[in-house]
Ligand binder design. Structure first.
Ligand SMILES: Cc1ncc(COP(=O)(O)O)c(C=O)c1O
Length: 414
C-alpha cells in the first residue's frame, strides 16, 4: 500500500478520545488533577470549533505575531554541497524569535476563555518562557516560569526578557537543574494552583490534551510552508526536516505533509556521542516508558527512572519525546536521525556566514541535517524548519567557540 495514503484521515483519528496515538500518550495524573485536565480538554474542544476563537487567533497571528513567516531559499548555502536545494521555514521571524509563540497565544486565549488569572510553565532555552510571558502581557495574565539554574546561566538574555515582560522566573535548583527538573517543579506548582491557573506546557508533551492541542496550534507552520513552497517551486519538497526536543516545531511542520509523497525527518541531539549522559537522542536510544503524565519513548534506566541527558541546545535537553512522535516512528512515517553538537555548531556558523541568518542552536540541528541530506542526495530539495533565531545563544557560543574560527567554513567552497 502507498505509505502516504494511510494518513488521509489522520487528524480525525489521532489522538483518540483518551489522548492516545496508538499505544502512546494518555493522561497519567494525580487524582486531584483529573478534573482540571478534563476542564482543559472540554474547553479546548469547545473553542477550537468556534468561529469567534478561530477568527481571533487568525487576527492575532497576522497583526501581533507577523504571520505568515516566509519560506526562504538558501541559494548560497545549497551551492556549497551540489545541486540539492535547501529551503527554510523562517519561524525565527515569528514575534519573539521562535515558533513557541504559536501555541502560547492559543493557550493564552484558552486561559482567558476559562477565566484563569495565571499561566504557569517550564522553560529550557527560555523561548517558551519568553513566548508565554509575551502572551501573558498581551492577555493581562500573571505568569510564573520555572527554569533550571543551569539554563538560567546559559540563556541569560531570555531570562531578562521574561522579567521585562512582567513574568516571575522561578529558579529550579534540584537534580541536573535543566529542563526535566523545570517540568517537575512547574507540575508541583500547578497542583497547588489549578483553580486559578492553567499549566501551559511548552511542547507536544505531557498529559492529554496538551500533545494534541500544542500540535494543532503549531500546525500553522506546516500549513503555511506547504502552500508557500508550492507557490515558489510548483512542487512539493522531496523532504522536510525539523529538530525534535519535545516535538512542537517538528509536529507543526510535519502534520500538514503526512499525507503527501514527502520524506520526513526528525532530528535529535546526539550531543557529545552515544554514551549515557552525553546526548538526548530519545528516539535512537530510548524505550517505551512514562514521564510527566504521558507514555512515550524515554531514556530510562532499568527501574524506569529518567537517565541524565545532555545537549548543547537547552531546548532539546529532555529525556522524553512527545507521544505522537513515538507513534510516527513506529508507523515508519517519520524517520529519526541525530546530529552531534559539533555538526550543529558547524551548521550554526555556515548559515550565519553564507546566508546572513544566525540560527538558534536548537534549529541548527535541523540545518545540520539539511546539509547532511544535501551532501548525500546531490539533487532535489529539502525544507527545514528554522524554529528560532540565535540571539539568545550568542554570548554562550562566543565564549565557547569565538566567532567560529575553529571551524573551516571555507572547506566546502569549490
Ligand atoms: C528555537 C527552539 N527550537 C526548538 C526547540 C525544541 O522544542 P520543540 O521540540 O518543542 O519544538 C526549542 C525549545 O526550547 C527552541 O527554543
Amino acid at each position: 500500500m502507498n505509505k502516504y495514503r494511510d494518513f488521509d484521515n489522520y487528524l480525525k483519528e489521532m489522538p483518540d478520545e483518551n489522548g492516545y496515538f496508538g499505544e502512546y500518550g494518555g493522561a497519567f495524573l494525580d487524582p486531584e488533577l483529573v478534573p482540571a485536565f478534563k476542564e482543559i480538554t472540554s474547553s479546548y474542544q469547545a473553542i477550537c470549533h468556534s468561529a469567534q476563537f478561530i477568527n481571533e487567533l487568525r487576527r492575532i497571528r497576522k497583526e501581533f505575531q507577523g504571520r505568515p513567516t516566509p519560506v526562504y531559499h538558501c541559494e548560497r548555502l545549497s551551492a556549497l554541497f551540489g545541486n540539492c536545494q535547501i529551503y527554510l521555514k523562517r519561524e525565527d521571524l515569528n514575534h519573539t524569535g521562535a515558533h513557541k509563540l504559536n501555541h502560547c497565544m492559543g493557550e493564552g486565549l484558552l486561559a482567558k476563555y476559562m477565566g484563569k488569572k495565571k499561566v504557569i510553565a517550564e522553560t529550557g532555552a527560555g523561548q517558551h518562557g519568553v513566548a508565554l510571558a509575551t502572551a501573558a502581557a498581551y492577555f493581562g495574565l500573571e505568569c510564573d516560569i520555572y527554569m533550571g539554574e543551569v539554563d538560567i546561566a546559559k540563556q541569560h538574555p531570555n531570562v531578562i526578557r521574561m522579567k521585562m515582560l512582567g513574568a516571575n522566573v522561578v529558579p529550579v535548583t534540584h537534580g541536573l537543574k535543566t529542563l526535566k527538573e523545570a517540568v517537575d517543579a512547574a507540575f508541583d506548582a500547578y497542583k497547588k494552583e489549578y483553580h486559578d491557573a492553567i499549566y501551559c506546557i511548552g511542547s507536544c508533551l505531557g498529559p492529554h490534551p496538551f500533545p494534541m492541542m500544542v500540535r494543532d496550534f503549531q500546525s500553522v507552520i506546516g500549513i503555511e510552508a506547504r502552500e508557500q513552497f508550492m507557490e515558489m517551486t510548483g512542487n512539493m519538497p522531496d523532504a522536510v526536516c525539523a529538530c525534535v526536543g519535545g516535538g512542537s516545531n517538528s509536529l507543526g511542520m510535519f502534520t500538514p505533509f503526512l499525507a503527501d509523497p514527502v520524506d520526513i525527518y526528525g532530528v535529535e541531539p546526539l550531543g557529545k556521542g552515544g554514551n549515557v549522559g552525553d546526548h538526548a537522542a530519545t528516539m535512537k536510544f530510548g524505550t517505551k516508558g512514562k514521564l510527566h503524565g504521558f507514555e512515550s519513548y524515554l531514556l530510562q534506566d532499568e527501574n524506569g527512572e529518567p537517565l541524565p541527558v545532555y545537549s548543547i541546545a537547552s531546548g532539546l535537553d529532555y529525556p522524553g519525546v512527545g507521544p505522537e512522535h513515538a507513534y510516527l516512528k513506529d508507523a515508519n512515517r517519520v524517520h529519526y536521525d541525530a546530529v552531534t553538537d559539533e555538526e550543529a555548531m558547524e551548521a550554526f556558523f555556515l548559515l550565519s556566514r553564507y546566508e546572513g541568518i544566525i540560527p538558534a542552536i536548537e534549529s541548527s540541528h535541523a540545518v545540520a541535517y539539511a546539509i547532511k541530506y544535501a551532501k548525500e542526495k546531490k539533487s532535489g530539495s529539502i525544507l527545514a524548519c528554522l524554529s528560532g533565531r540565535g540571539d539568545k545563544d550568542i554570548d554562550y557560543v562566543y565564549e565557547k567557540y569565538g566567532c567560529g574560527e575553529s571551524f573551516d567554513l571555507d572547506k566546502y567552497k569549490k
